[in-house]
Design a protein around this ligand. Structure first.
Ligand code: HEC
Ligand code: HEC
Length: 216
């Protein structure tokens, strides 16, 4: 990452996601059956984001877990994928794990998902016939068009992407890469995307989390 972006990411005063984080705090406390009424202060969720994706009656990533609380515990309708309140709450919860190493959980279902994710990561796909690994393992650090190819680590998600002018989830990022190779886009929360997330979280295991990240 460029020094300028690193500075933005590290400085809470300049961080482009600060409005979203403030919205997240408002939402956390809002309503009769608020998040706060069950969970207390957001700070109490330190370490939670480091343990996702998880398995609980199916694979679930952090935004998915928050959706479940909204539906199961608040009895409110689920938000649309990438809805502003969902991203704001995800960023707020993830931020509490800053500095902690990513520690994705294990278990039979998660191990199977990681194996599937690894197969997807290394399989050629799309009209360009490229695998994730062709870019993120073999060409990391090189340039593609104007952008630097990153290693594809996931310890900073959700991220504020300057190009999007908003926060975005890891699923949005993955769909963006699949779109880039002209592949069919898997549905939001599909087993494919979740399996990739599980594999990527293991590939990034141990890295200190800095969410929300800032990206070009
Ligand atoms: C009525 C109580 C209740 C409310 C309201 C509630 N939750 Fe939860 N939440 C739970 C319970 C219980 C769990 C444990 C998993 C389960 O049983 O669904 C949980 C789990 C979680 C987790 C995962 C914790 C972990 O250790 O893995 C997150 C993150 C979370 N909730 C966020 C939220 C957010 C954000 C809101 C508001 C939009 C919210 N919750 C509203 C009860 C609640
Ligand atoms: C043709 C090369 C290419 C392929 C193939 C590709 N990506 Fe990417 N990927 C990129 C580039 C370039 C970026 C950074 C985009 C930017 O910053 O503008 C990126 C970003 C990412 C990131 C975000 C990393 C970060 O630090 O924020 C992840 C995760 C990722 N890709 C995963 C994948 C996965 C999974 C696949 C396969 C489904 C894939 N990519 C396929 C080029 C590729």
């Amino acid at each position: 990452m460029s020094p300028a972006l690193r500075t933005l990411q590290a400085d809470d005063g300049q961080h482009p996601a600060q409005l979203a984080l403030a919205l997240g705090r408002e939402l956390w406390a809002a309503g009769a059956r608020s998040c706060a009424s069950c969970h207390g202060e957001p700070e109490k969720l330190r370490g939670v984001a480091a343990r996702y994706p998880a398995f609980d009656e199916g694979l679930v990533d952090l935004p998915g877990r928050i959706q479940r609380c909204r539906v199961r515990h608040q009895q409110l309708p689920a938000w649309a994928p990438e809805a502003e309140p969902l991203l704001a709450l995800t960023a707020l919860v993830a931020q509490q794990s800053r500095g902690l190493p990513l520690q994705p959980p294990r278990g039979p279902a998660l191990d199977a998902a990681a194996a599937r994710g690894q197969r997807l990561f290394t399989a050629r796909t799309g009209a360009l016939n490229l695998a994730c690994a062709h870019c993120h393992d073999e060409r990391a650090g090189l340039r593609l068009g104007g952008s630097l190819i990153p290693q594809g680590h996931v310890d900073d998600y959700p991220v504020y992407r300057l190009e999007w002018q908003s926060l975005g989830s890891l699923q949005r990022r993955l769909r963006g890469c699949l779109n880039g190779v002209r592949a069919a886009l898997p549905a939001w929360d599909s087993d494919e995307l979740l399996a990739l997330e599980v594999y990527l979280s293991r590939r990034s295991a141990g890295m200190p989390m800095q969410p929300p990240g800032v990206r070009p």
